[in-house]
Design a protein around this ligand. Structure first.
Ligand code: SF4
Length: 351
C-alpha cells in the first residue's frame, strides 16, 4: 500500500517532495493544497510542476479510507460510517446548529476503556488510528458540508483519545498549524475518560485545547461501576486542575445521566460539591441514549430537570446536551455496531 501524504508533518512532506525531485520549499505549497484547501486532486495543485505532481501521485496516496454509510437525522446531524483500509469501521459526525458547525471525530477503532454505557466499549480496542486516518475524517465531513467549513472540533467519537496520545497529538498539531489547516486550538475540545498522566502531558504541550472529562460518577465506587478502567476521581481532578493551571482553558465535566442509576437528587448534590470549587468548571449533562444489551435506561425528563436544578442552585455552570441525532444512533459506537453486524464494511472505494 502506498503511504498517504495526509498526516505528514512539514518535515515529512519535505522528504516526500524532495524524494520526488521537488525543492524543499514546495513542501509548504503542497501542505497548503492538502490541508488548507483540502484539495485531493493532484492535477489541481497548479503551482507544483506537472512532473512533481505525477511523481507524487505515483508514489503516494491521499485518502486511505472511504465512506460506506451516511445517516442524516434531519435535525442538523450527519453521521458517517468510515471504512479504514483494513476493513475496520469508525464514525465521524457533523453537527450543525445556528452558527456552529462541529465535527465529532474518532481516534481509535473500538475502545479499550470498556464503559458500560458505550457501544464502542463493548467491543474492546481493535487498533489506534494513525494521525492521517484521524485527519481523513475531516475530508469526509467536508464533502458533506462544502463549501462551508468547521467552526468547532470535538474529539469525542469512538475511542479514548489520550490512549492514542502520539497520533492524536500529531493530528491536532497539523490541524492547528498555520502551515496546514490553521484551525484554532481554542475551538478544539479533547474529551477523555480521565487518564491523569496523559492529561498532564497534554497540558505541557503548549496548546490551548479545551478539555472535557467524562465523570459519570460522584465517587469511585459508582464511577467504576460504569467505567471499569476508572483511574480514581481524586487523581483525575488533580490532573484537571493542573491542566487548567498550565493552559488557562476551561475544563468541562461530562456526566451521563442513567435512569435509576445516577440521576437522583442526592447524587446531584454530591456532584455539585465535587466540582463547585473547581476553577471555571462546567458540567454537561448527557441523558443516556440506551444501548441495546447494556441494561441501562434513559433518565426521565423530570429527573433531568431536577438534577439540573440542584447543580444550578449550587452555582455550577450546567448545560444539558440535547439528544441530537437520536434517530441516527448518535451515542458513540452505535452506527459502527450496526454496520459491523450487518457486514456492510466490505467495499473498498479508494484501494
Ligand atoms: S465512552 Fe469513550 S472511553 Fe468509554 S468506552 Fe466509549 S469510546 Fe471508550
Amino acid at each position: 500500500m502506498k503511504q498517504s501524504l495526509i498526516g505528514m508533518n512539514l518535515d515529512e512532506l519535505r522528504e516526500a517532495v524532495t524524494a520526488c525531485g521537488g525543492k524543499p520549499f514546495q513542501a509548504g505549497q503542497l501542505a497548503q493544497w492538502l490541508y488548507a484547501k483540502r484539495e485531493l486532486n493532484f492535477d489541481a495543485m497548479t503551482n507544483l510542476s506537472k512532473e512533481l505532481r505525477a511523481k507524487l501521485a505515483e508514489n503516494y496516496s491521499l485518502l486511505t479510507s472511504s465512506v460506506i454509510a451516511r445517516e442524516d437525522s434531519g435535525e442538523g446531524t450527519t453521521k458517517l460510517g468510515i471504512r479504514l483500509h483494513d476493513g475496520l469501521v469508525v464514525e465521524a459526525v457533523l453537527m450543525r446548529e445556528d452558527e456552529r458547525t462541529t465535527a465529532c471525530i474518532s481516534t481509535q477503532a473500538g475502545c479499550a476503556m470498556g464503559c458500560r454505557f458505550c457501544a464502542s466499549g463493548q467491543l474492546g480496542l481493535k487498533r489506534h488510528l494513525t494521525a492521517g486516518e484521524i485527519l481523513e475524517e475531516f475530508y469526509h465531513l467536508y464533502e458533506v458540508m462544502k463549501p462551508d467549513w468547521l467552526t468547532n472540533v470535538v474529539v469525542m467519537g469512538m475511542g479514548e483519545p489520550l490512549h492514542n496520545f502520539d497520533n492524536l497529538l500529531k493530528a491536532l498539531t497539523i490541524l492547528n498549524a498555520d502551515w496546514a489547516f490553521n484551525f484554532g486550538a481554542r475551538r478544539v475540545t479533547v474529551s477523555t475518560v480521565g487518564l491523569p498522566k496523559r492529561i498532564r502531558e497534554l497540558a505541557e504541550q503548549g496548546f490551548q485545547f479545551n478539555l472535557a472529562i467524562s465523570l459519570h460518577g460522584v465517587d469511585d465506587e459508582s464511577r467504576s461501576a460504569l467505567i471499569p478502567t476508572n483511574a480514581g476521581l481524586a487523581e483525575i481532578l488533580d490532573a484537571a486542575k493542573y491542566y487548567f493551571e498550565k493552559t488557562r482553558r476551561e475544563v468541562t465535566f461530562e456526566y451521563t445521566l442513567v435512569g435509576g442509576k445516577n440521576d437522583d437528587i442526592a447524587t446531584a448534590e454530591k456532584l455539585a460539591a465535587l466540582v463547585k470549587d473547581f476553577p471555571r468548571a462546567n458540567v454537561n449533562l448527557i441523558p443516556m441514549n440506551p444501548v441495546e444489551g447494556s441494561g441501562l435506561d434513559a433518565p426521565s425528563t423530570e429527573a433531568v430537570n431536577a438534577f439540573t436544578e440542584v447543580l444550578q442552585k449550587a452555582g455550577v455552570n450546567v448545560h444539558v446536551r440535547r439528544r441530537r441525532g437520536r434517530r441516527v444512533q448518535a451515542a458513540c459506537g452505535q452506527l459502527r455496531l450496526k454496520l459491523e453486524s450487518a457486514s456492510v464494511g466490505t467495499t473498498d472505494e479508494h484501494g
